[in-house]
Write a protein that binds this ligand. Structure first.
Ligand code: GLU
Length: 486
């Protein structure tokens, strides 16, 4: 059969992410989605979402919802999918059962597949025997010689069966863009089960039918699927389908190159959102797990990634997941947000009482922006702007300075600020107003008590950053509170 797609000319690049809704959207699936999406956008191709819910018992609508929400949040806009439709739908496997049944029937009619009636007990005994002999356990072929009539008779008699594909011995070779040529002996596969019945196809069968019907040109997926590829190729050959290009992405490893802990593997992408990460940071972070641009850039926004992404530069060896790197990147992306957008992003994380104080929020966001690693950090670091914490008077004394002296210094600051118009409550103007006093009396003696009384905290941004955010009347009030305490 002619290939459906001319891969050489780069025409009709079509890739897919094919999650099984048997769990939340995991980091690994999101990274696979990203590489598919980057490749599609770089090549001007199509990116397709297909929900692989043939495992009816383990698939749920809630998991599908989690996956779709997460992929959408990451900004991977698919061109075709269950919600969007498209020319090769439906895009949910449970809605495609008639298509699989058609191809299964075709294989049965052509005697390329057959019903197998072996019981679990028989198969267990076979498997153990082969393991004892030290050979790869494959199906022994007990039912492969049954005639069609015998198969029909046993089905009619009510015997349970599955559908197996006849796999002849030989070499299966495929090209992998990342791994080059991969060779497997089909004798190591045996006659595989492709369906439990006509309307219950298994993954390795359904995926082949779908990739063909949906004209997928490149199958880009995790390395954990590499052992499935030869099985899918024998199905393709039986059905007369062309083999797509493959690219198996490297595993994701912990920083010490051990297996990544379950904590991260099983974390839903939506939890990263709840932890205050921006989608932009995650996209950038994930892109670098197994791929690098030609130069040593670290921060690469979506558009740059699309422009530079290239499957040829994906590495074979595992890519490292380093949480500190993610936090660092997140801080970089938070710094770059226009303040209005930063405030919008902060909204889901802040207490309700702050929501109504948009102008104050924006001023505070400007102060805190460069310090945030995660959006969730804001609540703690910015709280003092919204309510002065209770603090002890000795917080105000710089290095054990005398109380009455500290009080005098705060009074002097208060006098200057009372006379300053609101318009002077900018960082530069306030510095011009107060620094001569600070130089005269000693910087620590003036600036420490001022900063401490404004924040009520041992550590905070400096007074010239805090004051413009608080505004004149609140600044005056907080200094008065401090003088009262001394
Ligand atoms: N449904 C499979 C999974 O969630 C992916 C299949 C594939 O990419 O071929 O792991």
């Amino acid at each position: 059969m002619e290939p459906q797609i001319d891969i050489q000319t780069g025409q009709e690049i079509r890739v897919r992410i094919a999650p099984s809704p048997t769990g939340l959207l995991h980091f690994g699936t999101a990274r696979t989605a990203l590489f598919n999406w980057l490749f599609a956008r770089h090549m001007g191709g199509k990116f397709i979402l297909r929900i692989e819910d043939t495992d009816i018992e383990r698939s749920t609508k809630e998991f599908e919802e989690d996956i779709v929400t997460g992929l959408r949040w990451l900004g991977f806009d698919w061109d075709e999918g269950p919600d969007k439709g498209g020319p090769f739908g439906p895009y949910r496997q449970s809605e495609r059962l008639d298509i699989y049944a058609h191809y299964l029937q075709q294989l049965l009619d052509e005697d390329k597949a057959y019903h197998c009636f072996c019981t679990k007990e028989q198969l267990d005994v076979d498997r153990q025997a082969m393991q004892t002999q030290g050979t790869t356990p494959i199906y022994v072929g007990r039912c492969s010689a049954l005639t069609k009539e015998e198969q029909v008779q046993r089905i009619t008699a009510g015997e349970a069966s599955v559908i197996r594909l006849r796999v002849s011995e030989g070499v299966i070779e495929f090209h992998d863009i990342i791994r080059d040529v991969v060779t497997v002996q089909s004798a190591l596969i045996g006659d595989i089960i492709i369906a439990r019945s006509l309307d219950l196809p298994l993954y390795n069968f359904a995926v082949v039918v779908d990739d063909y019907e949906m004209k997928i040109s490149h199958v880009i997926r995790g390395e954990d699927h590499i052992s499935n590829t030869p099985k899918q190729i024998v199905v393709q050959r039986a059905l007369g389908f062309a083999t797509p290009e493959y690219a198996h992405l490297p595993l994701i490893l912990a920083p010490d190159r051990s297996k990544l802990s379950k904590r991260y593997i099983e974390t839903s992408l939506n939890d990263f959102k709840a932890q205050g990460y921006l989608p932009e940071s995650l996209v950038n972070f994930m892109a670098f797990i197994g791929w690098h641009p030609t130069d040593d850039k670290d921060v690469m926004a979506r558009e740059e990634l699309i422009a530079e992404f290239d499957l040829e530069r994906v590495q074979k060896g595992g890519g490292v997941f380093n949480l500190e790197k993610l936090e660092w990147l997140n801080a970089q992306y938070i710094k770059r947000l226009p303040v209005g957008i930063l405030v919008d992003e902060l909204m889901p994380f802040i207490p309700q009482e702050w929501n109504t104080q948009r102008a104050l929020l924006e001023r505070v966001a400007i102060v805190e922006q460069d310090r945030l690693k995660r959006l969730t950090d804001f609540v703690e670091s910015a709280a003092f702007f919204f309510a002065l914490p209770d603090y002890e008077a000795d917080l105000l004394a710089w290095k054990g300075a005398d109380v009455s002296m500290t009080k005098g210094h705060l009074r002097a600051v208060l006098d200057i600020l009372r006379n300053a118009p609101e318009s002077q409550f900018t960082k530069d103007a306030l510095e011009t107003l107060l620094m001569p006093l600070a130089e005269e009396k000693g910087r620590g003696d003036i600036l420490w008590p001022l900063r401490a009384c404004l924040s009520g905290k041992k550590a905070s941004p400096g007074p010239f950053e805090i004051m413009p955010a608080l505004g004149k009347s609140e600044v005056i009030h907080r200094i008065e509170v401090a003088i009262e305490k001394l």
